[in-house]
Design a protein. Structure first.
Length: 492
């Protein structure tokens, strides 16, 4: 076991998630041989629970889609201008980068330049790494010439390699960028309460009304100074180019986030999102020694304010790149690594348990809610596809020919529940069509039916690019084999 960054400090809590997963698999296999009837009963109840959960999930997704469509129809800048002192709000936009091509960086800055919110209210930080300094600084000079005089300030930072207490990753770069922009903010004497911060992956293209909507929510929502702001993430920049399993996985992530947006009491931040500058300063900026910085910053706020912190859903989208490789197989490998990195969010569990135990002022109900949602989410991510599509059939193979009415009818009951779950697949397929951007000109008419038929791959995708990377990540945590930060290759 090698201790890196925060890892290895709370070994008991690091072991728990992986232990739960493997304990479940071992018990399921043992029960299939020792008590197959009990195993069949469990599988029926488990599948019934998941069939009902799919329907429950669809209600949230459909309601979230309705809110998304409503948000798209509003001119948020026009609404914002009705609020007194709206033009005092500044936006700090953090754009960390690592070896991305110039066109990706240019698109990110162009999206800011062309949005309707006043450009003189933007402070943009473009942050590169010392390990790629020569290439990055060349691009930065070009971009400064193109955009430097179009916004209030374009800061360029280079994060030194190998600083004490850091691991290589986006969080360390963000931490450096935030400290540098604080120097500028303090020099300009901009009131902290007038600053909102947006941390974007470099491929993120926000909706044109994003910053107006963000400012509007900040000025109208109660206790918005103690909140993060979560947009809907659509991986649509290159969605027509990537393999079908990648598309299914990306839409699956979008649907999961849609279901979270309408349940803000349990929502963490994910991927590209926004927050208040005051919160960032209060918590000491992004932690530089972990992988999953996007959701950790929410947890930092929750802990610092003793549970008095939340995520506010925006429903407006940001458009990002789906993971892509140099060829079909390379794209699938990249997808697996990306899913494993997301599943590495299990690193929050030991951190959360340790911090919660030392926060007596945080309500117990808040602690239990976030612990349960985190553990249950990671656990079912890893176990549900395996139990439903693989181990669920094992007791029937062991029993062989059924000798009771219950066992004889059990396969038919499971088939009916799978049919109920299939409704979710069809609904997901059609919602994905509504969220797709227009196809490139080189795509033929039959591409649209393929976009529906690809959802037949869902069970396989759930296992190979859902459960397996989640099992992989949590097993590594259990064994003390810690993951580093894996950068998703950007190409457009």
């Amino acid at each position: 076991m090698n201790q890196v960054g925060q890892y290895g400090k709370h070994r008991f809590w690091e072991i728990v998630p992986g232990f739960l997963i493997w304990g479940t698999f071992i018990l399921a296999i043992m029960a299939s041989f020792i008590a197959p009837v009990a195993a069949v009963t469990f599988i029926i109840l488990f599948d019934l629970y998941w069939a009902l959960r799919v329907l429950y999930f669809l209600i949230f997704v459909l309601y979230s889609y309705r809110q998304y469509k409503k948000a798209l129809k509003v001119n948020w800048l026009q609404e914002l201008k009705k609020i007194k002192k709206w033009d005092q709000i500044y936006h700090v936009v953090l754009l960390p980068t690592w070896k991305e091509p110039l066109n990706i960086l240019r698109d990110a800055l162009r999206a800011i330049d062309e949005n309707p919110y006043p450009n003189e209210k933007f402070i943009v930080v473009l942050g590169g790494e010392e390990r790629d300094a020569e290439n990055f600084e060349k691009y930065a000079r070009i971009l400064k010439e193109e955009f430097g005089d179009k916004i209030k300030k374009l800061l360029v930072t280079v994060h030194p390699h190998g600083l004490p207490g850091e691991i290589v990753g986006k969080g360390a770069n963000l931490n450096w960028m935030e400290k540098r922009v604080k120097e500028y903010i303090d020099h300009e004497q901009i009131p902290y309460e007038n600053i909102l911060v947006t941390a974007f992956d470099i491929d993120t293209i926000p909706h044109p009304q994003y910053y107006a909507r963000l400012s509007y929510l900040y000025l109208t929502e109660p206790k918005a100074k103690r909140a993060s702001f979560q947009p809907l993430v659509l991986y649509s920049n290159n969605i027509w180019k990537v393999p079908a399993p990648v598309r299914i996985s990306m839409f699956g992530t979008t649907f999961w986030l849609m279901s979270e947006l309408v349940r803000p009491d349990r929502m963490w931040t994910f991927s590209s999102h926004s927050m208040t500058w005051q919160m960032l300063v209060d918590v000491g900026f992004h932690e530089p020694d972990l992988v999953s910085e996007d959701s950790r910053i929410f947890l930092q706020g929750l802990i610092h304010y003793n549970g008095d912190y939340r995520s506010i859903p925006m429903f407006l989208p940001v458009y990002m790149d789906a993971v892509e490789g140099d060829n079909y197989l390379d794209g699938l490998k990249a997808l697996y690594k990306q899913q494993r990195r997301w599943a590495w969010g299990v690193e929050h569990f030991p951190y959360m348990m340790d911090k919660f135990l030392h926060r007596p002022l945080m309500p117990l109900r808040t602690k239990l809610r976030f612990i349960f949602n985190d553990v249950e989410g990671k656990y079912t991510w890893a176990t549900a596809p395996v139990l439903i599509f693989v181990l669920g059939y094992l007791p029937f193979l062991v029993i062989g020919e059924a000798d009771t009415a219950f066992l004889a009818n059990a396969p038919f009951a499971l088939e009916r529940m799978m049919q109920i779950a299939t409704i979710g697949v069809f609904v997901s397929a059609f919602i994905s069509l509504w969220l797709l951007p227009p196809p490139p000109k080189d795509k033929r008419w039959y591409t649209w039916p393929i976009m529906v038929l690809q959802w037949a791959l869902l069970p396989i995708t759930f296992i190979i690019f859902g459960a397996l990377p989640a099992i992989d990540a949590q097993t590594r945590m259990m064994l003390g084999k810690y993951l580093g930060f894996n950068v998703t290759k950007k190409k457009r």
